[in-house]
Design a protein around this ligand. Structure first.
Ligand SMILES: Nc1ncnc2c1ncn2[C@@H]1O[C@H](COP(=O)(O)OP(=O)(O)O)[C@@H](O)[C@H]1O
Ligand SMILES: [Mg+2]
Length: 329
């Protein structure tokens, strides 16, 4: 696979009244061609700073970046045509229609006007394209923004928090659009602090925390590397689950009861479960590791639950509290 985007050792320091803050602290990222790549991190972790630096809007203190194999910002003038980006939410003139808006942008960018109709089709705005932008939902405005970034047929599309502020329907539309663009051969990089969506949209991810990459790879790889440590336990029908749970709890297990099974949240040594229960002549019929989801990994690595509209930065206490302790070793 070829890297469309490579970042290594990126550092950006801001000096404020409270002293020096490392917005990016030696950040690395690789995005392979044809992927929908999720750039995940809590608010304030450095996503927008990274994307703005990549586009030459911010000067880094250190680090190397390349887009489509060419070093940037040095070669930005040549690669700019190949990159479509929405980093700040674009403002459109509400009295213009989508068609007029895109036609003006096409003219300004030397793009053939026929392309306007292709991008309207791509983002699913063709049948509303003769209505004024001020009558559009936020989701439609976002899609118009994506359409404007697609006019020049970029190889790489960069979107900063495209799901921000969208309702579930809008997010679903955005997700379908990302998949369509990827199927059409485009590489898409999208940042988000909202996890659930990313797991469904992306092929691969980079997770950033406090200006550093904490993990990356295909969604499957990242999940495999971070087993949840929880196991689902089922007993023979009719056996007293409460009693079994008591035995395990007495040994330090974190047990959550369900109707027909229970979950041990901190089972780093599942054999201990069968052993403790068998000693009391309680026999296990099923013992299944519970797969981690991306949200668990995110929480574990960044020490923050992503909460929309809140600015939480990672702190060490949260990191250690998120680490799952074992028992019965
Ligand atoms: N212009 C600026 N001056 C000072 N600090 C900034 C500036 N821009 C961003 N920061 C700080 O850099 C860190 C990363 O911000 P940002 O890249 O916007 O994070 P994200 O996009 O992941 O929410 C934050 O701590 C933020 O407060
Ligand atoms: Mg941001």
């Amino acid at each position: 696979m070829t890297a469309v985007l490579e970042i290594s050792g990126l550092r950006k320091t801001y000096r404020g009244r409270k002293g020096v803050r490392n917005a990016l602290d030696g950040f690395d990222m690789v995005v392979e061609a044809g992927q929908v790549h999720g750039f995940l991190g809590p608010n304030g972790s450095g996503k927008t700073t990274t994307l703005r630096t990549l586009l030459g809007l911010i000067k880094p203190n250190e680090g190397r970046m390349s887009i489509l194999g060419r070093e940037v910002p040095k070669h930005l003038p040549e690669v700019a045509r190949e990159v479509g980006a929405i980093v700040e939410s674009p403002q459109f003139f509400g009295n213009f229609t989508a068609e007029t808006t895109l036609s003006l942008l096409a003219d300004a960018g030397g793009v053939n006007r026929n392309r306007v109709y292709s991008v309207l089709d791509l983002v699913g705005l063709r049948d509303r394209s003769k209505e004024r932008v001020k009558t559009y939902s936020l989701g439609m405005k976002q899609r118009l923004a994506v359409a404007s970034a697609l006019l020049k047929e970029p190889k790489l599309l960069i979107l900063d928090e495209p799901a921000n502020g969208l309702d579930p329907g809008g997010i679903r539309e955005m997700r379908t659009l990302m998949r369509d663009l990827s199927a059409a051969g485009m590489t898409v990089l999208l940042s988000s602090h909202i996890l659930g969506e990313i797991q469904l949209i992306c092929d691969s991810v980079t997770i950033i925390s406090a200006g550093k990459r904490v993990t990356s790879g295909s969604v499957a790889e990242v999940l495999a590397r971070h087993k949840s440590g929880a196991v689902k336990v089922r007993l023979e029908p009719g056996v007293d689950m409460m009693g079994a749970a008591q035995i395990l709890r007495a040994a330090g297990a974190a047990v959550t009861l369900d109707t027909d099974h229970f979950t041990v949240g901190n089972a780093s040594n599942p054999a201990q479960i069968t052993k403790l229960l068998a000693q009391q002549e309680i026999y296990v019929t099923e013992l299944t590791p519970v797969a981690a989801d991306l949200e668990d990994v995110f929480l574990e690595l960044t020490g923050t639950a992503p909460v929309e509209g809140q600015n939480r930065q990672v702190d060490e206490t949260a990191m250690s509290a998120a680490g799952k302790g074992g028992w019965g070793q």
